[in-house]
Design a protein around this ligand. Sequence first.
Ligand code: AMP
Length: 279
Amino acid sequence: MQILRTPKELSQTVDACRINGQSVAMVPTMGALHQGHTSLFDLAHQHADVVVATIFVNPLQFNNSVDFDKYPLQLDHDIQLLEQHAVQFLYAPTVDTMYGANFSTSVHVGGITDVLEGSSRPGHFSGVSTVVAKLFSAGRPDVAIFGQKDFQQIAVIQRMVADLDIPIQIIVAPTIRETDGLAMSSRNIRLSGSARQEAAAISQGLRQAQDQFAAGIRESEHLIKTVKSAIEPTSAVIDYVNVIDSASLRDLSTASQGCVIVLAVLLDGVRLIDNHILV
Ligand code: AMP
């Protein structure tokens, strides 16, 4: 695997791939890679000849400096995983390379960023869309892979590529979970032993709501209460549990096939998000 450090190196590498007739998939990450990420690399290989992973802990998308300071960094471990999954290129720029001294541009997607993670983490999505726009601009992949786990993030990226006429296909990968159902996340390693056990309640709540939906219950309030009741006995502090339309992200009072239960909790000071598409 070749490691690229600057936008110019990324750009020239992708150009060389194209001259060879190879298509390119990009998988943006913040590192501390786990099986959720590797599933994205595997999916990327199905869509393109060359896979470029990116690792960049983007300061612009952290509204909480403690969260940023504590974000795990494990580059050696990450490189091993990338090589095991036959990723051909890693783009890992420094903060100074990404954002020069006079950096002054922000990409802001309106509307859908006002709710959920957007309202709890002011500025978060502008940070995400700004860095992804830069990765797309330097890397110009044919496809880019994102995980369903960050449901609102996908909506924001899809809005951005549509609005800015960016010719990149966005592919959504399913959420990979631990055996007890907890969605894999780089932040999970910050949970204490007891909090890690309690965290299973999050996906249990989502599964119980799905069971109720399958049994015919449609009132969002009822489904939300079910999720909350599973989480409330734990030490987790619930930020939100909402039933939303998958496109507008607006709250729905009545659930229907394809709408989404999204949630965020703080457990042991660690922010965990998850979601489930009702079927
Ligand atoms: P992150 O490194 O957390 O910014 O995530 C990088 C990409 O991996 C994003 O597109 C995430 O949605 C995706 N991702 C993170 N966790 C998972 C998971 N458990 N399953 C599938 N994709 C994931």
